[in-house]
Design a protein around this ligand. Structure first.
Ligand SMILES: *Cc1c(COP(=O)(O)O)cnc(C)c1O
Length: 399
């Protein structure tokens, strides 16, 4: 089908919540390259919003999924599921968590984490300890509780009344947090260590250290939303490693399935034990196909050392960009870690630059007016960085 026909049908039948889509329809991919329905190649520095961690057409993932499709797509969670068990084991081996529960996406994983935190204090006979503090400009997903958790009014206003019990404090402001945290009422602090959706804003080490100490002191659970920062994205399996942090609960989704939807709630044993049979559930979470994908991603991470690659090539990309930012006609800085980087301009050129890069056959993200967001597949190589920086330099010159 030609692109114009697809666009026309989409306008007629699809509920448009994403604004005007970029006028391209992808058909297949290989490595970090996507091909549209006319065979035109695009280099992907956005990875399906941090989802396609292994790029496209990864051999191990494709083989595992092909075999699984031929065997079994779904069994209910009333039966044992080898893939699910093995994926849970893998995530525990690579993290500070002792137990895993599976969901279908990031929002559902966060919902589960919020429920687990509330249940933890409920079972301790402290039901009044049920409030959650999150950060301003955070993003935790689109379900109603996650919208309440998300510290951005634009996502909340039309959906009032929201789930009660959430409050928001400015990022990297310890005093504000200390004032909001109440030993008798606060169940958990929930945060992203690098805010993704709002423009790649990292928390400072000092803030995280003090926050973790405060949580311990006031018996408050620390939930780290690693939906975007997890699974190798920042140059470690999980971003909390960079901060020397041990969260009570952390959540995963985006990169975990390499393109197949799956989410996970990962918890320390004592916290995980708050969920007893009947307390929570889900028909699809961690089904044979999704768990197969997660397992194949973990296997590829181990075999190809992709978190290490993310660190190495991410550092190289950051260096190259920083050098370019100092000499280019439009000056810019770079934020973030590993292969989660924000290019921050002093002028509102993000949308225009994104469009110009698209015309040069590169896919990147834009946040607001002045930040470009890069979330390339973790298989990225230095030569891909060189090629991108060359194109970016020439696009900036001609902007
Ligand atoms: C994308 C994202 C979510 C929501 O994940 P979905 O799979 O879209 O529900 C939650 N938290 C963070 C940090 C995210 O980046």
């Amino acid at each position: 089908m030609d692109l114009q026909t697809i666009i026309k049908l989409d306008e007629q039948y699809y509920i448009n919540t994403f604004g005007k889509r970029t006028p391209v329809c992808f058909d297949h991919g290989s490595g970090i390259t996507l091909y549209d329905t006319e065979g035109v190649a695009y280099t992907d520095f956005f990875g399906g919003i941090a989802v396609n961690s292994l790029g496209y057409g990864h051999k191990g993932l494709t083989k595992a999924l092909t075999e699984q499709v031929q065997k079994l797509l779904h069994v209910s969670n009333l039966y044992y599921n080898e893939n699910q068990t093995l994926l849970a084991e893998k995530l525990v081996q690579h993290s500070v968590a002792d137990k895993i529960f599976f969901a279908n996406c990031g929002a559902e994983a966060n919902e589960s984490a919020i429920k687990l935190a509330k249940m933890y204090f409920y079972k301790k006979n402290r039901p009044e300890k049920n409030e959650i503090i999150t950060l301003q400009n955070s993003f935790h997903g689109r379900t109603l509780a996650c919208v309440a958790a998300t510290g951005q009014e634009k996502y909340q206003k039309p959906y009032a009344p929201l789930t009660p019990g959430f409050s928001h404090v400015p990022i990297n402001d310890f005093e504000a947090l200390a004032q909001a945290a109440d030993e008798t009422k606060t169940a958990a602090v929930m945060l992203e260590l690098i805010q993704g959706e709002s423009g790649v804003n990292p928390l400072t080490q000092d803030y995280v250290d003090r926050l973790a100490a405060l949580c311990r002191e006031k018996d408050i659970l620390l939930i780290v939303d690693e939906v975007q920062t997890g699974m190798g994205r920042t140059g470690a399996w999980f971003c909390y490693e960079h901060y020397g942090l041990v969260p009570d609960i952390f959540t995963l989704a985006k990169g975990l399935g390499g393109g197949v939807p799956i989410g996970a709630v990962c918890a320390r044993a004592e916290v995980a034990a708050a969920f007893s049979p009947g307390d929570h559930g889900g028909t699809f979470g961690g089904g044979p196909l999704a768990s197969c994908a997660g397992l194949a991603v973990c296997n590829a991470f181990e075999a190809e050392r992709l978190p290490e690659n993310s660190k190495l090539v991410g550092e190289y990309l950051k260096e190259r960009l920083e050098a370019l930012g100092e000499t280019s006609p439009v000056r810019f800085g770079v934020r973030g870690m590993g292969l989660m980087l924000g290019i921050v301009f002093s002028e509102p050129i993000a949308k225009k630059l994104q469009q110009a890069l698209f015309e040069a056959k590169y896919l990147v993200g834009a946040v607001g007016d002045s930040v470009l967001r890069l979330l390339p597949p973790l298989i990225l190589q230095k030569k891909d960085v060189d090629a991108f920086c060359e194109v970016l330099a020439s696009v900036l010159k001609n902007l």
